[in-house]
Design a protein around this ligand. Structure first.
Ligand SMILES: [Zn+2]
Ligand SMILES: [Zn+2]
Length: 544
């Protein structure tokens, strides 16, 4: 082992001990070993016991541990602390600049056990309630974990969209006549993906090739393809094509599950429309090419939901619970974006971490909503995101629940459940007579936290028999219900509510990712809940 490797083991030990609140003197000793070893000229493995112990800061205990590492590649004390620390916490400790003290506080106060949970807690502003954590600290930590996670090679679509924009600005400075087009998983709008891809005219691919060393951290070129790493971590791929085979190459590089049922025509085509024509199919929208439908010939691209079809924003938080913007600000923003109505759904009373609403504070909010509605030509509906408690009961009595115009039921706590427990918990909530919409069905956070396991079929069936709509949570971290289950829900007649779960005015923009996921599922306008105009929406909700 090198001095650096050995030093890192001591550093890890010191961090774990600090997390567990051990003797600060010992911790300091182990912290110093790292610095000491890094300064040594010779490798410690070559030193005798005596030489080792003569180094300032290395006593017999430390020397013994170094020997252990040299001889067995392992240190028992370190193993002991690793075993008593959740894996997610150990991962958090490897994020530079976060540190054991902060992690301990997050663990104790917010039960945060993984990088994913931490990331999401920041997005919900939950760190602000802790001493020493301000908006600045939150942002700082968010940046650190963003880099940490994405360095692992998987990205959320929303992240790559931003990167792609930055990349295109650079490219267009080099290739002003840029005619590239997105392709691959990126064009099919996969929610988690490993690269950005473009189809590019061969001439322009050559131009990019000439500038590759300026554009990319590293790159490779072969067979009319160029693959590079942009901004140190983001993989980008360019495929070359010409007018004569543009359509065929675009269809081929876009890919998708549908090509398991269809053979790509051998003859080259200029446009994708011609490719589908040759197959006697309607034009299959790129994001829909992963659909597993028995008969693609009935596919109607014009029936697919579009962002402009959405009439109302459902599932919005304000400063009454854990949102950043006030009720007035959220309402004004929804109104000026042209929506007809807004369903404000702050957290219910058990969600203490999110400043959940007591019945008294609810009444204040309702007064504020009434006042707004009197003074504006725009309707706020009184909603709630009501916690589903551990046993599946709701967080308010029915008397209170009845007073809301819209009730979303969501699970936020006690997420560790087996499939049966989770499924029953959800179904009990769905069967509650005052529940209208089931919020983020599995609780998953993409690339951050797996959801609890659920029997989707049973949950969807229960929604169908109780006229409960299912939310497609549009937050790019959630996109929950998973799009692959939407066709089944629609078959059963369940309406899909595409909800931003906005915690700020900016959060409204997430709706586009919900629309994308819905389109991937082939969701038709008529199958969505919030395409209904205000009165139709109210009538539909009340008809339960
Ligand atoms: Zn929620
Ligand atoms: Zn929410």
């Amino acid at each position: 082992m090198t001095n650096k490797e050995i030093g890192s083991k001591f550093q890890e030990l010191a961090q774990l001990m600090e997390f567990h609140g051990e003797n600060p003197f010992k911790i300091r000793t182990y912290q110093n070993v790292y610095a000491t070893l890094r300064k040594l000229n010779e490798e410690v493995g070559t030193l005798t016991e005596e030489q080792l112990q003569s180094i300032k800061g290395i006593g017999s205990a430390v020397a013994g541990k170094i020997r252990e590492l040299e001889d067995h590649g392992e240190m028992r004390t370190l193993r002991k602390y690793q075993d008593m620390t959740p894996a997610g916490v150990q991962e958090m400790l490897t994020i530079r600049g976060l540190g054991p003290k902060k992690i301990r506080m997050l663990y104790d106060h917010l039960q945060i056990e993984s990088v994913g949970e931490l990331r999401y807690a920041i997005l919900e502003n939950r760190l602000l309630e802790l001493p020493g954590f301000g908006v600045k600290t939150q942002e700082d930590i968010l940046q650190k974990i963003q880099y940490f996670q994405e360095a692992k090679g998987q990205f959320r679509l929303a992240t790559l969209d931003v990167v792609a924009e930055r990349l295109l600005t650079r490219i267009k400075a080099i290739v002003p006549e840029w005619e590239g087009q997105p392709t691959g998983d990126f064009r099919r709008r996969m929610q988690v993906l490993s690269e950005i891809a473009f189809l590019v005219p061969t001439v322009q691919l050559k131009q990019i090739g000439t500038w590759a060393s300026e554009l990319f951290t590293s790159y490779q070129q072969s067979n009319g393809e160029l693959a590079g790493i942009f901004d140190e971590i983001y993989p980008v791929r360019f495929y070359g094509a010409d007018d004569a085979n543009w359509g065929s190459e675009l269809a081929k590089t876009t890919g998708g599950h549908m090509w398991e049922s269809f053979e790509m025509p051998a003859q080259p085509f200029q446009s994708e429309a011609e490719v589908f024509n040759a197959l006697q199919l309607p034009y299959i929208t790129p994001e829909c090419r992963d659909l597993r439908i028995p008969d693609y010939s009935t596919f109607d691209p014009d029936a697919l939901i579009r962002a402009s079809d959405i009439k109302g924003m459902i599932h919005v938080h304000t400063t009454y619970s854990d949102g950043i913007n006030s009720l007035d600000e959220m309402a004004a923003a929804a109104k000026s974006s042209g929506y007809e109505y807004l369903v404000i759904t702050d957290h219910s009373k058990s969600a203490v971490y999110a400043n959940g609403l007591t019945v008294d504070r609810l009444r204040n909010q309702w007064d504020a909503i009434d006042a707004w509605n009197r003074n504006h030509a725009f309707t706020i509906l009184k909603g709630i995101e009501c916690d589903i408690l551990t046993d599946g009961s709701m967080d308010y009595d029915s008397d209170v629940l009845r007073e809301f115009e819209v009730v979303i039921a969501s699970i936020h706590a006690q997420l560790k459940m087996d499939e049966e427990k989770a499924t029953n918990r959800l179904i009990r909530a769905i069967e509650h007579p005052n529940v209208h919409i089931l919020g983020h069905l599995t609780g998953r956070l993409l690339l951050s936290r797996a959801g609890y396991p659920v029997n989707h079929q049973k949950v969807i069936d229960a929604c169908a028999s109780n006229q409960v709509s299912i939310e497609l949570n549009a937050n790019p971290f959630r996109l929950d219900i998973d799009w692959t289950w939407i066709p089944y829900a629609c078959d059963k007649g369940v309406r899909i509510a595409i909800n931003p779960d906005a915690h700020s005015v900016r959060g409204y923009e997430d709706i586009t990712y919900g629309i994308t996921a819905a389109r991937k599922a082939g969701l038709k306008r008529s199958e969505c809940l919030n395409v209904l105009g205000k009165q139709d929406f109210i009538d539909y909700i009340r008809s339960k």
